[in-house]
Design a protein around this ligand. Structure first.
Ligand SMILES: [Zn+2]
Length: 148
């Protein structure tokens, strides 16, 4: 994202954990800003190295490698965070209810969001690290998890 594009961003700044900010796509940041506004509560970038732009550490072909994905901790329920991500137009949404962030605030449950081309793809990672669909995860009570 180039310097002048930050003028329209309300809730994020370039000192957060973006990795190489020059490699992060403007659309990703503007969508995160829109999602933050929709949600009405903070969204923290994951403190882990490679949380947004990365050169390693993610699945083959990951949108992190093109600066089009972010791993985030919204200060909201998993349900509200998921709805906000869908409404914001992210096209790849992964729910990770067993991720945890501990500083500067404790948030249990995170999301991967990306701006891949094509129709919406969603997934959920269970506690045992297997993956399932959002409807199946609802049946398994993922949105009832205390979280937040
Ligand atoms: Zn991710």
């Amino acid at each position: 994202m180039i310097h002048s594009d930050w003028a329209g961003i309300k809730y994020f700044n370039k000192n957060e954990n973006w990795g190489n900010i020059d490699k992060v796509k403007t659309e990703l940041i503007t969508r995160l800003d829109t999602m933050r506004a929709y949600l009405g509560s903070p969204i923290y970038l994951s403190p882990v190295k490679g949380a947004v732009y990365a050169t390693s550490g993610h699945a083959f072909g990951s949108y992190h490698y093109t600066g089009e994905a972010g791993d985030i901790f919204p200060q909201a329920s998993m349900y509200n965070a998921f709805i906000a991500a869908v409404q914001t137009g992210f096209t790849g949404i992964g729910l990770y209810p067993y991720w945890g962030m501990y500083k500067p605030v404790v948030i249990l449950g995170g999301l991967h969001v990306d701006i891949r081309p094509g129709i919406l793809k969603t997934w959920v990672r269970r506690k045992d690290n297997t993956y399932t669909t959002v409807p199946q995860a609802i049946c398994e009570g993922v949105f009832n998890k205390p979280g937040k």
